[in-house]
Design a binder for this molecule. Structure first.
Ligand SMILES: Cc1cc2nc3c(=O)[nH]c(=O)nc-3n(C[C@H](O)[C@H](O)[C@H](O)COP(=O)(O)O)c2cc1C
Length: 144
């Protein structure tokens, strides 16, 4: 069984495209070592992230992420154990405004924030899983 955590947070003022790219580079290197996979979405000043992997590893990683000053108001939306990974070979995929268009029809993303999407944990889980059909996000960064 693997553990997963889905959370939303507010991006810190000093966390721009370069800093987000730094987060992704570090995450991809670390996660590959630690058998962690997942997906990070940045929309306006909000992050939504799904991390999955061995239970102890995910607990330790989440403690680090929670105290990272590049974001604040970290709020867990959904967490649990699962028999299979969702993002099984994505060390940390990434989507920002430029990549959200294909999902616009279903979630009306121009009208809602990630925090309001997070009000419904199941819906939010379905939202993040929908990125799986966009393979180029696996190595995407804000600066790519
Ligand atoms: C929104 C966000 C998402 C992050 N995701 C990850 C991640 O998936 N994996 C990771 O190792 N670090 C992630 N980090 C970075 C950690 O908070 C921390 O800086 C990093 O793990 C430290 O790595 P080190 O102990 O190898 O120096 C994330 C940080 C932020 C702000």
């Amino acid at each position: 069984m693997i553990k997963y955590i889905l959370y939303v947070s507010e991006v810190a003022d000093h966390c721009g495209e370069r800093e987000t790219t730094d987060i992704l580079k570090k995450s991809r290197a670390n996660n590959e070592q630690n058998a962690v996979t997942g997906m990070l979405v940045r929309k306006n000043k909000q992050f939504l992230q799904y991390i999955e992997g061995p239970s102890d590893t995910i607990d330790m990683l989440f403690k680090k992420i929670e105290t990272d000053d590049r974001h604040r108001s970290v709020k867990v939306v959904n967490q649990g154990m699962a028999s299979d990974r969702v993002f099984f070979n994505w060390e940390m995929a990434f989507a920002d405004e430029r990549n959200l268009q294909p999902l616009q029809w279903k979630w009306q993303l121009d009208k809602i924030s990630l925090f309001s999407l997070a009000d419904d944990g199941e819906e939010c889980l379905a939202f993040i899983k929908a990125f799986l059909c966009v393979p180029q996000l696996a190595a995407n960064t804000p600066l790519s």
